[in-house]
Write a protein that binds this ligand. Structure first.
Ligand code: FE2
Ligand code: FE2
Length: 278
C-alpha cells in the first residue's frame, strides 16, 4: 500500500464500527475548531456515561484535583477547553484502546500519570496538556491495530519473535510507525500543534522544534512506565532515553528514584478510580 493510501485509511478510524458512537459524535464536536465551551459542556452533560467518566478522570491523580471536581462545567473552567477536548478524547479512546491492544490503556494512563508528576517538578504552567500528550502519545497504535487488525497481530508477533521494538516491527510492515500514524490522526482531529508534534516525535525527541520540553517529558514518561512494567506497549523492552532528553530534563539519580516512588503512589491510588464501573 502506498503511503498516501495508508494515511487516508488511518485518518479515517473515526468511521470504523468499533469506534463507540459517543466517540464518533464527540469527534464531530471537537473537530470543529469553533465549538465553544458551552457546546462541548452540553454535549458531555447530555451523555451520563461520558459525564461520569469525565468526572472520574478529572478527579483522578492524572489531573491532580483528587475528588474535588463535581461537574462538567467546573472541569471545563478549571482545565480549559483544549485540555478538556483532549481529555474527552482520552476518555472515549479508552474503550478503543482496550480493543486495540490489551494493556495499552494502562500503558497510556501510566504514562499520563508519570508525565504529570514530571511536569509538576519542572514547574510547567499547563501540566494538564502534558498529561494529555502522554495519554494520547500511542494513539497511532490504536489506529493501526483497529484499521489493520490482522496485519497488526502479525506486527506484534514479529516484534516478539524477532526481538524488535514495536515501532521497528510496524515500519517493516507499513514503512511508518505509530508515531507518524498518530500525528496524521492528531492533525485530522485538529489537535493543538504542540500535541501533534509531541505525538509525532515521542520516539525522536531531538527532532521536536517547537515543543522540545513537552516531547521530552512524553518520551521520558513512556520509558519510565515501561521500566515499571505497568501496562503493555507492544513489546517488553525498555528503550534508552535519548541523550538530548537527559540533558534537557537534567534529573539526578535521587530525583529519578523519587519520581519512581511518586509514580508508584499515584498508580496505587488510581487503580480503583479509573474506569472500574461500580
Ligand atoms: Fe510510542
Ligand atoms: Fe508508549
Amino acid at each position: 500500500m502506498d503511503l498516501q493510501n495508508l494515511r487516508f485509511q488511518i485518518e479515517r478510524i473515526d468511521t470504523l464500527p468499533t469506534i463507540p458512537k459517543v466517540l464518533q459524535k464527540l469527534l464531530k464536536v471537537i473537530e470543529n475548531p469553533k465549538a465553544s465551551m458551552s457546546e462541548i459542556g452540553d454535549f458531555v452533560a447530555s451523555d451520563p456515561v461520558l459525564t461520569s467518566r469525565v468526572l472520574k478522570v478529572v478527579n483522578s491523580p492524572v489531573y491532580g484535583f483528587p475528588g474535588r471536581i463535581s461537574s462538567v462545567s467546573q472541569a471545563l473552567i478549571l482545565l480549559g477547553l483544549n485540555v478538556v477536548r483532549g481529555m474527552l478524547l482520552g476518555v472515549s479512546v479508552f474503550e478503543v484502546m482496550e480493543k486495540a491492544m490489551t494493556g495499552l490503556w494502562e500503558h497510556s494512563m501510566g504514562c499520563a500519570v508519570t508525565a504529570r508528576i514530571i511536569a509538576r517538578r519542572k514547574e510547567i504552567k499547563e501540566p494538564e496538556e502534558v498529561s494529555i500528550a502522554a495519554l494520547l502519545h500511542d494513539i497511532g497504535k490504536v489506529a493501526m491495530s483497529l484499521k489493520f487488525h490482522d496485519e497488526y497481530q502479525k506486527i506484534l508477533f514479529a516484534a516478539e519473535r524477532n526481538s524488535l521494538f514495536i515501532g521497528e516491527s510496524e515500519k517493516n510492515f507499513f514503512t511508518v510507525s505509530h508515531a507518524e500514524a498518530g500525528a496524521w490522526i492528531a492533525q485530522r482531529w485538529n489537535f493543538p500543534k504542540g500535541l501533534i508534534e509531541a505525538i509525532e516525535y515521542h520516539h525522536k525527541p531531538h527532532l521536536s522544534r517547537n515543543v522540545p520540553l513537552l516531547t521530552a517529558i512524553v518520551h521520558f514518561s513512556d520509558i519510565m512506565i515501561r521500566a515499571k512494567g505497568f501496562g503493555f506497549a507492544g513489546d517488553t523492552f525498555v528503550p534508552a532515553v535519548h541523550p538530548s532528553v537527559w540533558t534537557l530534563l537534567n534529573f539526578s539519580d535521587s530525583e529519578i528514584r523519587e519520581i519512581f516512588d511518586e509514580i508508584e503512589d499515584a498508580l496505587g491510588q488510581s487503580e480503583n478510580m479509573l474506569f472500574k464501573e461500580e
